[in-house]
Design a protein around this ligand. Sequence first.
Ligand SMILES: N[C@@H](CCC(=O)N[C@@H](CS)C(=O)NCC(=O)O)C(=O)O
Length: 224
Amino acid sequence: MRLHSSKLSPWGQRVWMQIRLKDLPIERVGAAGGSLRSPEHLAINPLGKVPVLVDGELAVPESEVICEYLEDKFPTPSLRGAPGEDAARVRLISRICDLYVLPPLAGLLLHKAEHSVAEGAVLLPKVQDALDQVERFLGPGPFASRDAVTLADCALVPVGFLAVTVLPVFQDAAPLANRAKLALWWKHIQGEPVAADILGELREGYRGFRERVGWPQGALRTTI
Ligand SMILES: N[C@@H](CCC(=O)N[C@@H](CS)C(=O)NCC(=O)O)C(=O)O
């Protein structure tokens, strides 16, 4: 099995963290044919995106669907949370990250790269509202839901990284510190070994991205 993804892809890293936590024999490769628009990659994922998982003849795109596929195929250890309230919270946090936080947050990264400040002004409040929703739905902790790492943490780790890295550029200096539950979660998750590795990879991917687009100058901010 292989996962087409990249170190900076927040959706890809959500799946990669799951793969690492479950210790699955899956290799990570870049886009097929070297680009998301190559005929080779479009043949695997007509959506032209990463991540996409290839399992024999089957190609599974979309991070949410990949995570569910892997949980079904490799049920132990389960990262779904305990059936009932816990599992519902895990799905809810993952979904909010996927649908409401990441699209404008990833957009900020890309628009800033294109130096579109006006677009940034539209996207920033959307990210902030969505982070407020995450704050509301976080569980008692210390992980995103309860006392075990789950798919909600996998979804939140790239969100935390991008929030503390990108939002200060838009004058939101402490996006996690200002939200009490998120701040506690962020402090805790950085001590989880797989999450720490994923954060290291995200940092590396971000450095490469900055070099490619020449943005932004100044120190790379990765802590609150
Ligand atoms: N909803 C998708 C989002 C994936 C996504 O947008 N990935 C980005 C990389 S982080 C991408 O491939 N963008 C290229 C494009 O949209 O053209 C998922 O959950 O997998």
